[in-house]
Design a binder for this molecule. Structure first.
Ligand SMILES: C[S@@+](CC[C@H](N)C(=O)[O-])C[C@H]1O[C@@H](n2cnc3c(N)ncnc32)[C@H](O)[C@@H]1O
Length: 264
């Protein structure tokens, strides 16, 4: 199973503990949890769960999580992490090797209360098929947490790094060369919000993720705890404040599914 992501998989794995990745995961965690109480436990689907960072956090909090991924290697990493968890947590996680393209065949309609899709949509040539599939698996009232590359601010990273020709090119492009060395696709907030609404998934809140640390070296380590916490608080604040969140590297959309019936 070869996806647009596979060529960058080893780099992704080797950088999971670096500053940029820790900021990404911690910001998404904070933002998501502000919309998702621990009780009652929900049925969660993590599409492209990878190593399972967020899925595992939700399972620890009592939710029942299904992780779907096309990479046997990353699912193996997730299984390794699970092996260190108490049995109660392990029992709440189901892992499935498969493609997001097959979601509607793999799962019944409306089978999940929460759908996570983090860092996956950029590897799809167009967003519509995956958005259709997400709408298919979400229950009425269900929550979507969608993390995408911010197409409204693609010039920021090359510009701040002093790569002027790439910055100029980025104003007229919806694709970009990411830090994994892969050409990927970015989404714009407003069209993405409309595309979700057409599928009865309505935006509750959106956040920026990685604003001040996006240009850090790809291998930069996390600083000492006190500095890291101060940095995370600054990123957190900027991620929910205009105009900062508008130029974040990633956009985190949190939305809910309404009824599709005419009265809904
Ligand atoms: C950038 S990683 C993100 C992993 C995880 N969601 C996170 O945020 O930490 C992208 C993940 O999506 C998976 N992926 C990419 N395309 C996929 C597809 N078409 N179907 C299933 N998984 C896919 C990759 O194998 C990888 O685990």
């Amino acid at each position: 199973m070869n996806t647009g992501f596979s060529a960058g998989e080893e780099r992704w794995r080797s950088r999971l503990g670096t500053l940029r990745q820790v900021v990404r995961q911690e910001l998404v965690r904070r933002q998501l949890l502000s919309h998702l109480p621990d009780s009652p436990p929900r049925r969660v689907l993590d599409i492209g769960c990878g190593q399972g960072t967020q899925a595992l956090l939700l399972a620890r909090r009592g939710h029942h999580v299904t992780g779907l991924d096309s990479s046997p290697q990353l699912l193996g990493d997730f299984r390794t992490a699970l092996a260190d968890e108490p049995e109660t947590v392990r029992d709440r996680v189901q892992l499935l090797h498969g493609s997001a393209e097959d979601l509607t065949r793999l799962f019944e309609p409306a089978g999940f209360d929460v759908v996570l899709c983090h860092g996956v949509l950029m590897y799809f040539p167009s967003p519509e098929p995956l958005l259709d599939a997400i709408a298919h698996v979400m229950a009425t009232g269900g929550l979507l947490s969608l993390l995408v590359r911010n197409g409204d601010a693609l010039a920021m990273r090359p510009g701040l790094l002093g790569d002027w020709s790439s910055a100029t090119h980025a104003f007229d492009s919806d694709t970009y060369l990411n830090r994994l060395g892969l050409r990927a696709r970015a989404d714009h907030l407003e069209p993405l919000t409309s595309a979700l609404a057409q599928r009865h998934i309505h935006l509750d809140q959106w956040y920026g993720v990685r604003i001040f640390t996006d240009t850090a070296d790809a291998n930069a380590p996390v600083p000492d705890e006190e500095t890291l916490n101060a940095l995370l608080d600054a990123e957190d604040r900027a991620g929910s404040t205009d105009p900062y969140r508008r130029v974040a590297s990633l956009l985190h959309l949190v939305a809910h599914r309404t009824d599709t019936s005419p009265a809904g």
